[in-house]
Write a protein that binds this ligand. Sequence first.
Ligand code: GDP
Length: 298
Amino acid sequence: MFGNLSDRLTASFSSLRGKGRLTDADIDATVSEIRRALLEADVALPVVRSFTAAVREKAKDAARSQALNPAQQVIKIVNDELIEVLGGQSREISWAERGPTVIMLAGLQGAGKTTLAGKLGRWLRDQGKRVLLVASDLQRPNAVTQLSVVAERAGVHVWAPEPGNGVGDPVAVARSGVERGRSHGYDVVVVDTAGRLGVDAEMMDQAIRIRDAVSPHEILFVLDAMVGQDAVNTSVAFRDGVGFTGVVLSKLDGDARGGAALSVRGVTGAPVLFSSTGEGLTDFERFHADRMASRILD
Ligand code: GDP
């Protein structure tokens, strides 16, 4: 995962190894290397700035206290800073106090929302929850069929537009889906929504209308980790448009550089709750910043 970033970060520590004491010049040189590694991985500039400033300051403090094994100290500082930038402690889904917990998925077309609906469905079902997936992506041909297929594989139910269910109107489908969830005693209703290839006003307006119709407990923004520099702009557009309570990083199994993963929390303020690591139903896990940081520095 993030092979190039891992290699570059590891290399940045190499000149420190074997040193008994670190000078300011040693630290500055290492921090410059770290900065270059992060920029090359497409990490957002403000995140790079705060990251490197924190590492520099802490490393200089550690050097002043004449810590043993300074290289190890710097690695630990970078590790802690990675955990911080990735979001620190992971958080649980905010469950509804009564009635079904409504989880709305938002993101660009191809980000992995429909696939995620199946994965979430399966994961929640395995925890004993009754789950209904709602097909409010009426934009993409086949999205409804795709959701029905993943629901069947996941062993959960699906609510899709049929005559009388509000054909053609994604807001009506979402509303009726959540009503169905409530009247039939489901624990969780996952609402899949339409994306576009790029951020567009019509898509955002539809997402906002769905949000207002179903008052979700969580809005999960699905971000394709492979998109590189566009990740920041897309995340900010969704944050300022429909808004979201959490992020799901998808396609972390691909050769993503790391920029999206390392920037999204800092840029949007929202925590990453899950990561998706493949096309299969079980290629999905809770996101743990500490585990991700140690994978990067492995
Ligand atoms: P949506 O338009 O946001 O609903 O995106 P889809 O769920 O249809 O996903 C788009 C494509 O990405 C599909 O071919 C999925 O199989 C694939 N995909 C989704 N999540 C992942 C993932 O975590 N890893 C990989 N490798 N592919 C994924």
